[in-house]
Ligand binder design. Structure first.
Ligand SMILES: *Cc1c(COP(=O)(O)O)cnc(C)c1O
Length: 229
């Protein structure tokens, strides 16, 4: 087994243990492998070890990987989790199945308009700035319901839930508090048939996220090691 496959297995075990320790079904916590800055060879090794969901932050970095792995016969699910500029929405709508980082109606409208109609609707999470940090992307709690309501009216989008990157925490209590706050916002969203995703938890805080209800954890360094520059 390669190191990457071993690391993947370790993370899968950590997720299973975290779920069991709070009486959750491990199958209810999905793993998104965050492959930003990693090579196509590294992604391929992780895909060969059975991982199917991959997250990317930078379009230019992602497209060659998506194309080459598709050509190689891998049937993978690609999640866009980075900042979105208007001039990138078309390529995102064409090449990804999920977008976790929607925080503006204008971007949502473009993604819906540009999603090819032969593809299923693009699955969306709204990014919430859970710590109200000036430098971070995401909507505030007040902006959330209006944006969710508007996205629910867009034909080629399907709202699945919320995503957040909480403020750096100095202890696990702070990690739990931020994730609990996101879960509470999720529970107040206008109910729809597709609402099923709380995208929260990364390499360093996934146990707390799972205890607070994460249904998808986004893990980069714990699987791939340090990011390439
Ligand atoms: C980079 C990134 C991750 C993964 O972070 P790690 O600490 O490497 O696990 C998760 N989510 C988002 C939005 C990211 O940008």
């Amino acid at each position: 087994m390669t190191t990457l496959a071993q690391r993947l297995k370790t993370v899968q075990t950590q997720i299973t243990d975290a779920a069991k320790s709070c009486q959750r079904n491990p199958a209810d916590v999905l793993l998104l492998a965050v492959s930003k800055t990693q090579t196509v060879e590294a992604v391929k090794a992780v895909a060969e070890a059975g991982q199917t969901r991959f997250g990317e932050n930078y379009l230019q970095d992602a497209l060659p990987k998506i194309k080459s792995l598709s050509k190689a016969g891998f049937n993978l699910e690609w999640h866009y989790i980075g900042p979105i500029q208007s001039n990138k929405t078309r390529a995102i709508a064409e090449h990804f199945q999920w977008v976790h980082s929607v925080d503006r109606l204008k971007i949502a409208e473009r993604l819906s308009e540009q999603r090819p109609t032969h593809l299923p609707p693009l699955k969306i999470c709204i990014q919430v700035n859970i710590g109200n940090e000036a430098q971070k992307a995401g909507v505030s709690a007040e902006e959330l319901t209006p944006l969710a309501t508007a996205i629910n009216l867009l034909p080629q989008l399907e709202l699945h839930g919320l995503m957040a990157i909480p403020p750096a925490a100095s202890n696990t209590q702070q990690q739990h508090a931020a994730f609990a706050a996101l879960r509470q916002l999720f529970e107040k969203l206008p109910a729809t048939r597709t609402l099923d995703t709380l995208s929260m938890g990364m390499s360093n805080d996934l146990d707390a996220a799972i205890a607070e209800g994460a249904t998808m954890v986004r893990v980069g360094t714990a699987i791939f090691g340090p990011r390439n520059k």
